[in-house]
Design a protein around this ligand. Sequence first.
Ligand SMILES: Cc1cc2nc3c(=O)[nH]c(=O)nc-3n(C[C@H](O)[C@H](O)[C@H](O)COP(=O)(O)OP(=O)(O)OC[C@H]3O[C@@H](n4cnc5c(N)ncnc54)[C@H](O)[C@@H]3O)c2cc1C
Length: 509
Amino acid sequence: MMPFKVAIIGGGTSGWLSAAYLSKRLKLPNKQSIEITLIESSEIGTIGVGEATIPGIRQTFSELGLDEKLFMKSCSATFKQAIKFVDWNKPSEQDKSHYYYHNFSEPLKAGPEIYAPYWILNKENIGRDYAYSATIQSQLCDLNLAPKRLNDKDFEGPMHYAYHFDAGKLTKLLSSEGKSNGVKHLIGNVTETILAEDGAIEKLLTKEHGELVADLYIDCTGFSAKLIEKSLGSEFTSINDMLFVDRAVTAMVDYEDDEEIATTTVSTAQESGWIWDIALSSRRGTGYVYSSKYSSKERAEEVLRNYLGDKANVSVRHLDMRVGYREKQWVKNCVAIGLSGGFVEPLESTGIYLVEIALRTLINLFPWQNNHLANADQFNKLMTSQFLGAIDFIKLHYALSNRDDSPFWRDNVDENTFPETLKTFLARCENKVPNVFDLPVGPQCFNIFSYYSVLYGMNHLPDIDHMRDLYKFHEKANILPKEIDNILERAKKELPNHKSLIKKINANM
Ligand SMILES: Cc1cc2nc3c(=O)[nH]c(=O)nc-3n(C[C@H](O)[C@H](O)[C@H](O)COP(=O)(O)OP(=O)(O)OC[C@H]3O[C@@H](n4cnc5c(N)ncnc54)[C@H](O)[C@@H]3O)c2cc1C
């Protein structure tokens, strides 16, 4: 039997993750063998960012068979257990700034029930923010404690977590995994796509290696979308009218000797966007994501340097972002994975997640019999739903803001810029605590607890006083913060300082 041939075009995070994952995970029916070739250009660079992730990445790495500590050491990785959103609302009179956490661990329950409505009904008695009430994770982040201990099993720990890592180093690690699983690696440029009569790709022409022929072509060429758009004409839906940011300026900064390593991505709102601050073991990665409609490059750079303060004297890199998605990410015998399929701003670290979910979906729908049509249709529906979910959730962060200090923020709360699904979701949130049946679209990345983090972190509270009697576990809910304090005291004894743990992981190898 002829081997099933896969050609992956592009050697960024999505290309090498696809190569490593497919070569490891594909189960071969009828002993059919598979041949995977990855070709990447040495002339066209990778995007080189993408350093924060969400917890599903642990499953992906575990499925790849990675050793967690080895991965962490080789990729300058750290643990991430939340995103801390700073200044997304105006501060209250007594506070200098407003902030809230989107934690990865789910909140504890009030008896058998979800805690959020109890917090809303009793928050004056409880006297603390939602994110601090039913999980210890916000406090762990404040205290720079790690989500796990040195001897916990790989990819497991008492708290839910993801990673921050150096994107370039991860690509190298994934490339060596892929190559050790038999992936053939070519350095070269795809210059032309030859289509067959039915519109499918017949072969690719390369400058250095002649023809490349495969049964399935995976387009990982980044924003340029060389195959899926330029050759197959799959339409790109821009979402700039909902999510305005389309540029970034980035900088790497060194640590002071005594500086802690944060276990959160910090996202600080600015006049025309927001700044990410990601702590790796070797350095911090920062970037101002902003809208070209509201800010010049020069002003953006100034805003980033102001944020960096006494560390501002570093070189910066400017990037353009193509923000949107394709409804058809699988066309004929070509699947787009990564930036070529679409990109939603990195506020909730969805970029690599969308690559992971595309790969899981592809494995389930793999076209062994060249049965592309039926599989493509399902893949496209599922991926569109994932993108729409990410768009809704990210727009929610802007939609609830009470900032009115710049046109960027004022325009962001104009309902005409909301997706319809978010508009109706928010209408449902006025008089109830939403549940899984209220999620704007599905399947998607974010569960209802993530929505609570943003809704209640941004003080967008429903009027549910009239429903008080429907809730039967007020007593349990009221003692939960005390229980949380007790759990926190135990956790403080068990969980190591994040920086010390990272040092131990790096020293132990
Ligand atoms: C500002 C910014 C911040 C981000 N932050 C995050 C984050 O925190 N978390 C997250 O999960 N994601 C983030 N992302 C997204 C993340 O960076 C990407 O999802 C990820 O890097 C995948 O990129 P890629 O491999 O699809 O594309 P690229 O990295 O652009 O790779 C494209 C590859 O295609 C090759 N290529 C192109 N044309 C050809 C050709 N004709 N022939 C041969 N090879 C070719 C290039 O050489 C390169 O190897 C961010 C993105 C941006 C823009």
